[in-house]
Design a protein around this ligand. Structure first.
Ligand code: NAP
Length: 287
């Protein structure tokens, strides 16, 4: 029995779709939903659901009974998820879950003071806590989603060009769909026990390269300008962005600038059995 947390989110739904396409019977898939209303979103897949909340360890213990593989999709509340992830691991131990596949985060190293420490440290600690639990694990160290690129490119890149302080930094942006298919394959196949995978694109892309590809695809000259980070923060503030959001966005961009997301290896092609979508394909869909 395969169980997914985050089943009602983008990653969870995409993974469920791949599991079904690949022939896993709907009756063998269970999704976690926070409440009955949310569970309705899973009806169209014909899968089972159980109610539970990352904030409520008792609900998770109940939900995890009798499952074989748990796809633990990281929580979306960056301020609460440290404690929530501890709840998920505690519940998995209590319910004797044999194998956790965790959607982690690709990073260059585990230094606790990275530019995006709030995000990174949760994943680093969650990986460590899962190992400590003694439960068999597989860590999918997912790249930055290609779908998150508008956060860096701005809403109207074909008119304004790219204005983001990432310098010459590069990142292996990857579509969430490819990452979800890799997760589905890991759930279906054997041989992934106690492994870390760098689930990232096979190439790293700079914003120079992205501007060049956008120019090629649109036939319009798209420029990339990398301002001073403090000027950029000021611009976002003047545009009315809340301080917490500015800190989040600029943390990611600083991470790209200093190479924190640049990968020297990728396991994704092997997990997918094909090449992941490259930047040209990603940008075509974006435009
Ligand atoms: P998403 O669409 O926001 O889905 C998040 C899922 O987590 C939803 O199913 C949500 O349930 C569930 N959830 C949140 N809080 C919960 C709680 N207290 N108890 C139980 N379930 C809870 O995010 P996504 O696009 O699928 O991405 C999956 C995860 O990847 C995110 O949560 C985040 O950790 C991470 N992420 C990675 C990147 C990247 O670039 N690599 C970018 C964004 C996010 P509801 O439907 O009830 O809200």
């Amino acid at each position: 029995m395969i169980f997914l947390t985050g089943a009602t989110g983008h990653f969870g739904k995409a993974t469920i779709e791949f599991l079904l396409i690949k022939g896993i019977p709907a009756a063998n898939i269970i999704g976690l939903a926070r409440n009955e209303e949310k569970a309705k979103e899973l009806e169209k897949y014909g899968i089972q659901f159980r109610i539970g909340d990352y904030d409520d360890v008792t609900s998770l213990i109940k939900a995890f009974q009798g499952i074989e593989k748990l796809l633990f999709i990281s929580g979306s509340d960056v301020f609460k998820r440290d404690a929530q992830h501890v709840n998920v691991i505690d519940a998995a131990m209590e319910a004797k879950v044999p194998h956790i596949i965790y959607t982690s985060f690709f990073r260059k190293d585990d230094s606790p003071d990275s530019p995006i420490a709030t995000i990174a440290n949760t994943h680093i600690n969650t990986e460590r806590n899962i190992i400590k639990s003694g439960i068999t694990y597989t860590f999918l160290q997912n790249a930055l989603y290609a779908e998150a690129m508008p956060m860096f490119l701005g809403p109207d890149v074909t008119h304004t060009g790219i204005y983001t302080p990432a310098g010459d930094g590069k990142a292996p942006f990857t579509t969430r769909k490819d990452l979800a298919e890799a997760a589905a394959n890991v759930l279906i196949q054997g041989g992934h026990e106690n492994k870390y995978y760098k689930t990232v694109n096979i190439e790293n892309y700079s914003f120079h390269e992205i501007a060049r590809l956008l120019t090629e695809l649109t036939g319009k000259e798209i420029h990339y300008m990398s301002p001073d980070p403090s000027e950029y923060k000021e611009t976002l503030k003047k545009a009315g962005m809340p301080d917490a959001s500015i800190a989040g966005v600029t943390g990611f961009i600083e991470g790209i600038r200093v190479g924190y997301f640049e990968a020297d290896h990728s396991d994704l092609e092997i997990l997918l059995g094909r090449k992941p979508a490259g930047m040209k394909e990603i940008l075509k869909a974006y435009i």
